[in-house]
Ligand binder design. Structure first.
Ligand code: MGD
Ligand code: MGD
Ligand code: SF4
Ligand code: MO
Length: 755
């Protein structure tokens, strides 16, 4: 029996932990942490190890599937038959309605591949379509939008200088469980503990006393009120003259507007909205100003509210005003060997507001439009209506607001194609489901993550095992479809011209060129100093190469893309948002929906897709449950282990209850990504419900500056349910949830466009 060991890295979350895979007879037998990885140094989490189970999963999709004509299910088809039919149908749609009728939704795992996102965007750009959707509009788009305004490019994003900070203010992130986001720091627990260990502080602002908050200082906040907190911090900083005037003069423009604007929000105002005592806000502002190095860092809890772009903007404004931007121990810039911001700028991909969505008129963010609007883009007739959708590595029926509209609209498409590891809640609506390789079956580079690495590094991995069954990499599938459409899937005009001459660029070649022309590259022999990277050199050191000890400071001018080299603190759109916030603060609360719903990430879940691993799902704790405070539970008469209904203006769910004082009174926390009825039997049997039916999908429900879904802070009410209902709920844990009624196959469009 052939047993081999392979050095690789995990690509489930941004930590990108080094792993060693044991391969037996071409199959993954075991995964363990790689002690020699420069950043993770032997750290992994249970999800990474559970990829063994994904590989051995009897439910994994191994062959292309085609929807049966009567809609009763799917049949296995050959790749050639599937690709030929997809090519023919897309060609017909393109001939009749233009390439702009074809769209793509790429989900979160796509971001971990060095090739997949570039090929998806290239495919749409070659078609001339702006129907580009990603998980970003449910995750991080307003962080990008804020950066576009502050720094002149959506790709310029500071990260906390973990090694030197004296005070880390965490706004809506739970790195103990999420393992950090927009920050590659696989040993984040140690990093945070090191801050307090050297006498510093970590303060966690969160409506829930999370795993991270418990380990450090917790400031409980009412959901969706972070903008008030940030404004009040700025108010105190200016009012008490705690601002770093020298840094402001050197780094920023628009300080005058900001200083005047924040006078409108006192700590008392912020206290009324956020529930944080005014004195605590004042003290926090003073502490931020007094610390030699302090950084405000926020993640999804700061992004998924109604004012996410404003919050992201203000978090950075606090860093600037306290002199902590580009400052040791403050918020600094990563030093990746491949500068994606340069590459994006050169190829014109670093856009914000270059285009606007057909429905709702939302600005694009890095080319992406709000995924929440997919159903309306399908059902709203007219030029540019979405008629064909390809979905890769995404499960928008569970991850985007309003599953009912999403599923119904997907059913109206002329063609839907999915590329995934499983039959999911989303691709049950597809005409074709194509099997993707897992990350262990593809070569890779953490391309999109390196700008956020706490320590500069680079790593290359080869595929650890050959593709299971007939699985193929996404870029290969995109090339095969593109061939049939006669296009070259590239965003670059030069590459498209080469494509017409039959010259294609393999992603491996692209990675080599990017590495060699990057800051640490060999410049094809022209550079005489430094690591002089080539792909071959990186590959020769499979555990990864550390490219520096810490992150630099004093490089702001190099990073900022505004012509004046300054951070802009007075963008017109932010001025408008501030007015919207103040008006919102004056609006009366809706007595029908007195509670606020937030999300909750679990150590053993990953969004919607790791619920089929028996190991991750073992144990009675792995049930889907809403967390409510004992006071709220008592008032409602619901008990721990019972059930309740959560009702919003958009929907209602019935869910099991866990009573815990870790949530702030008035708040209910429910994990997303549950409520399965796909081809994954363990996940189906786990029960639970899709919490996103409570989120709204109308354009008015989206955050206006980035089109982001409103998923944290949704107004809800709780209702007690009869005990019989709760019995039903628990029974469901054993019975698979019935799938939605079958949808008949779409008739293949006639090859002749109708006259
Ligand atoms: N185990 C595990 N790890 C993951 C994932 C997973 O599903 N499971 N998902 C990955 C993904 S895709 C991402 S984007 C990252 C996300 O990384 P994080 O953002 O660090 O993860 P969350 O646990 O969602 O943390 C968000 C926190 O914000 C809080 N919050 C909610 N509303 C508000 C609010 O209005 N204000 C404030 N201040 N806080 C609020 C929540 O209580 C929660 O603790 O995690 C990644 N890592
Ligand atoms: N209420 C609420 N909703 C949320 C969030 C929240 O905090 N609260 N978080 C949001 C966030 S941050 C995110 S990132 C989104 C995630 O939302 P999505 O990206 O839409 O969904 P995932 O659950 O990540 O589903 C990933 C899919 O990709 C498949 N897959 C895994 N690996 C691969 C691969 O290598 N190739 C291919 N082709 N397929 C693969 C999986 O089987 C799965 O079907 O959810 C968002 N939705
Ligand atoms: S922390 Fe993230 S990258 Fe590391 S093993 Fe877990 S899922 Fe994989
Ligand atoms: Mo995410």
């Amino acid at each position: 029996m052939a047993v081999t060991e392979h050095v690789t890295f995990c690509r489930i979350c941004e930590a990108s932990c080094g792993m060693i895979a044991t391969v037996q007879d071409g199959k993954i037998a075991k995964l363990r942490p790689d002690a020699e990885h420069p950043l993770s140094k032997g750290a992994v989490c249970p999800k990474g190890i559970a990829m063994v189970e994904v590989h051995a999963d009897p439910d994994r999709l191994l062959h292309p599937l085609k929807r049966r004509a009567d809609g009763s299910g799917f049949d296995q088809v050959s790749w050639d038959d599937a690709l030929d039919d997809i090519g023919t149908r897309l060609s017909t749609i393109r001939a009749e309605h233009g390439g702009g009728a074809i769209g793509w939704y790429m989900g979160n795992p796509g971001a971990f591949s060095y090739s997949h996102p570039i090929w998806v965007k290239g495919f749409l750009d070659a078609l001339g379509s702006q129907h580009y959707y990603t998980a970003s509009s449910q995750d991080v788009s307003n962080r990008f939008a804020a950066s576009a305004m502050l720094y002149g490019s959506p790709t310029i994003i500071p990260i906390p200088d973990l090694d030197h900070t004296d005070l880390l203010l965490v706004i809506g992130a739970n790195p103990y469980v999420s393992h950090a986001s927009l920050l590659t720091a696989p040993r984040i627990r140690e990093d945070l503990n090191a801050i307090t260990g050297r006498g510093g502080r970590v303060v966690v602002v969160d409506p829930r006393r999370t795993e991270t908050a418990r380990a450090f200082e917790h400031v409980a906040i009412r959901p969706d009120t972070d903008a008030w907190l940030m404004l009040a911090l700025l108010h105190v900083l200016f009012a008490e003259d705690l601002v770093d005037r020298a840094a402001l003069a050197r780094q920023a423009v628009g300080t005058g507007w900001l200083e005047t604007a924040v006078r409108a929000v006192t700590p008392e105002d912020a206290a009324r909205h956020s529930g944080i005592p005014a004195q605590e806000i004042v003290t926090l502002a003073r502490d931020l100003a007094a610390a030699p190095g302090a950084a405000v860092y926020g993640r999804t809890g700061s992004c998924l509210g109604r004012f996410g772009t404003l919050v992201s903007f203000l978090m950075d404004a606090v860093n600037v005003v306290t002199g902590n931007l580009d400052h040791r121990g403050g918020a600094v810039f990563g030093l990746p060997p491949i500068s994606l911001d340069d590459a994006a700028e050169k190829s014109g991909l670093d856009t914000y507001g270059a285009k606007h969505s057909r429905v709702g008129g939302f600005p694009d963010v890095l080319g992406a439009m709000p995924a929440t609007l997919i159903p309306r883009e399908i059902t709203t007739p007219g030029e540019g209506a979405l008629r064909a959708l390809l979905v890769s590595a995404g499960n928008p029926v569970l991850s985007v607001p309003d599953a009912t509209s999403m599923r119904a609209a997907l059913g109206q498409l002329d063609l839907m194609v999915s590329i995934d590891l499983y039959v999911t809640e989303t691709n049950q609506e597809a005409d074709y489901i194509l099997p993707a390789t897992s990350f262990l079956e593809r070569e890779d580079l953490p391309l999109a993550l390196m700008p956020f690495a706490r320590t500069p590094y680079v790593q290359w991995t080869e595929a650890v095992v050959p593709p299971a069954g007939e699985a193929r990499q996404e870029w290969q599938i995109i090339e095969a479809i593109s061939d049939r459409l006669g296009i070259t899937p590239s965003s670059g005009k030069a590459l498209r011209a080469l494509g017409r001459l039959g010259i294609k660029v393999h992603p491996r070649r692209m990675a080599d060129v990017l590495l060699r022309t990057g800051r640490d590259g060999d410049l094809f022999g022209l550079r005489r100093t430094g690591p002089r990277l080539t792909l071959a050199k990186v590959a020769a050191r499979p555990h990864g190469i550390q490219l520096g000890d810490s992150l630099p400071t004093g490089i702001l001018r190099q990073r900022v893309r505004h012509g004046d080299g300054r951070v802009h603190l007075d963008p017109p759109a932010i001025i408008g948002e501030l007015e919207r916030l103040l008006a919102d603060g004056r609006a009366a609360a809706d007595p029908n929906f007195p509670m606020r719903l937030i999300g909750l990430r679990e150590l053993r879940s990953h969004n919607s897709w790791m619920h089929n691993s028996p190991k991750l799902m073992a144990g009675s704790a792995r049930t889907h449950a809403a967390r409510v405070h004992p006071e709220d539970a008592g008032r409602l008469g619901v008990v721990d282990g019972g059930a309740m209904r959560i009702v919003s203006k958009d929907g209602a769910i019935q869910v099991a209850v866990k009573v815990t004082d870790e949530v702030t009174p008035g708040v209910v926390a429910v994990p997303h990504g549950w409520g399965h009825h796909g081809g994954w039997q363990v996940a189906n049997a786990a029960g639970g419900v899709n919490v996103n039916v409570l989120a709204g999908s109308a354009p008015e429900d989206l955050e206006p500056l980035a089109g982001m879904a409103f998923l944290n802070g949704i107004r809800v009410r709780l209702e007690a349910v009869e005990s019989a209902d709760s019995a039903v709920l628990h029974a469901r844990r054993r019975l698979p949830t019935p799938p939605p009624p079958p949808r008949a196959a779409r008739p293949a469009p006639s090859p002749q466009p109708a006259a």
